[in-house]
Design a protein around this ligand. Structure first.
Ligand code: HEM
Length: 460
């Protein structure tokens, strides 16, 4: 995927002269029309015309780490420009609260991206949204969704594609050398349509046969006007998009959290054992944990909270934009600025969390009860203000059930090599807007004969 990066892509060369002309024109225009009476927030000086283009990290550089490093020099607000596109990075809870929450009405737009516009906008979510039970392996709906998510992860990071900064490049024909972004967009546009229309068609067909399971989409379809109504086509398109976006936004993120959970259980076996001892004590071994056990499972709750603090599936959330010029703390933030909050930095701030890189559920336990005094990772992991993730509460419940049931039934170990020695597990990240842990081997076994018995009785 690195060939898609701004700096490495060959079409950078093809478009360079266009870029410089366009950039120069924009810079002159902005200079003439600028009415600001305060400085921009601090940030690197940049270069003529392209401004900070070369300082903006690509997805593979893990932007949340680069911005955390930059914050040491410029503070908790960093102002950058990719050509004339202003970008503001917020690095502290205070800045995020002040701008995303208190000024939510003017800080909740979404950046317009030519690539996103051309392109696009898990099992449980597929089920809730479409009432569809996916196949355990090789499910076609999951496969196509993963493909689209893979593209979204890259495209949604501001600055990944030069065409978003130099719109004139969208007229470069797909056959031209270096116009790979055009072919990328065309391919994923089709994939995006399939990812949304395939499960929708599945529900329609099931409804015709009277076999549809009640789900979000059946409810919406029931409320559609008659097919003869002029609003029908538009309303149907809305259902396709609402369901598709929920499904696509929820699948990779939740998968990332659960995959990281498995990896952490391998790396911290004593945490796994302690949580299992609590489950055995509170729930016993003859049934699965349910929501009624939640309050008593203090250590399991601490494991989940620490998981959501330690790992962010969306470390820089999803970019917002400002809908009007505004002044904040003596600085000028222009209309159209892309604003991103570095949630990772807040949740790894050593002044708030002792040894923040350590996975330590105990930090959330005080005198044997759950410690509510410590910053709640949920306030930062799911975005901000009026754009906050609508799937957040579903995720809390799903992750609780999955973590508690997995620990109750299974042991997660590192895989073994030919000599029987445990393999080292390396922590790698596959990154974009959504970050997933890289692949790793594991050895997952049923915990006990009681767990085996329970599994059999549940599948009967
Ligand atoms: C671990 C799991 C998840 C994480 C970390 C996560 C995180 C986020 C973040 C950071 C945003 C952007 C918020 C902002 O712009 O400030 C977002 C938006 C969104 N999420 Fe989630 N999400 C998760 C799961 C889900 C699930 C399960 C669903 C649906 C079933 C969902 C549906 C959405 C939708 C529709 C949006 C767009 C909201 C908007 O633009 O107004 N997400 N999510």
């Amino acid at each position: 995927m690195s060939s898609l990066s701004l700096r490495d892509n060959p079409y950078v060369l093809t478009g360079l002269s266009l870029a410089l002309l366009y950039g120069a024109a924009k810079v002159v225009k902005n200079g003439l029309s600028s009415r600001r009476r305060a400085p921009y927030p601090p940030g690197p000086k940049g270069y003529p015309i392209i401004n900070n283009l070369l300082e903006i990290p690509t997805p593979s550089e893990h932007p949340w780490l680069v911005y955390e490093e930059m914050a040491k020099k410029y503070g908790d607000m960093i102002f950058l420009r990719a050509f004339s596109q202003p970008i503001l990075i917020l690095g502290s809870a205070k800045r995020m609260n002040d701008l995303f929450e208190k000024r939510s009405s003017t800080h909740s737009g979404r950046p317009y991206s030519i690539m996103l516009d051309q392109l696009l906008i898990g099992g449980i979510i597929l089920h809730i949204t479409y009432g569809y039970e996916p196949k355990p392996t090789g499910d076609p709906y999951i496969a196509i969704a993963h493909e689209v998510e893979g593209a979204f992860k890259i495209v949604a990071v501001p600055g990944t594609f030069l065409v978003d900064n130099i719109p004139i490049l969208k007229y470069v024909p797909a056959w031209m050398p270096g116009a790979g972004f055009q072919r990328f967009a065309a391919y994923y546009k089709k994939a995006d349509h399939l990812a949304k229309s395939m499960p929708y068609q599945f529900v329609l067909d099931a409804m015709k046969r009277n076999e549809a399971e009640p789900c979000a989409v059946t409810r919406l379809i029931e409320d559609l006007p008659s097919p003869k109504d002029p609003r029908y086509a538009e309303d149907e398109e809305d259902i396709l998009n609402v369901a598709g976006v929920s499904y696509l936004a929820g699948t990779d993120t939740t998968t990332g959290v659960m995959t990281m959970f498995a990896l952490l259980m391998i790396l911290y076996p004593e945490v796994q054992r302690k949580a299992q001892a609590e489950l055995d004590r509170v729930v016993g071994t003859s049934r699965l944990p349910d929501f009624g056990d939640r309050d008593e499972l203090v250590y399991v709750k601490a494991v989940i909270t620490e998981l959501l603090r330690w790992f962010q599936a969306t470390p820089m959330a999803v970019p917002h934009t400002t809908s009007e010029d505004n002044y904040y703390d003596g600085y000028f933030i222009p209309k159209g600025t892309i604003v991103m909050g570095n949630a990772w930095a807040v949740l790894h701030d050593p002044e708030v969390f002792e040894n923040p890189m350590e996975f330590n559920p105990e930090r959330y336990i005080k005198d044997g009860t759950f410690n509510t005094e410590l910053l709640d990772p949920l306030s930062f992991s799911f975005g901000f203000g009026r754009r906050i993730c609508p799937g957040m509460h579903l995720v809390k419940d799903v992750v609780y059930l999955m973590v508690a049931s997995t620990l109750a039934m299974f042991e997660i170990h590192p895989s073994k090599d030919e000599s029987g020695a445990p393999r080292n597990v390396e922590l790698t990240f596959d990154s974009g807007v959504v970050v997933l842990p890289g692949p790793f081997d594991s050895d997952i076994r049923v915990r006990s004969s009681a767990a085996e018995h329970l599994m059999k009785s549940l599948s009967e």
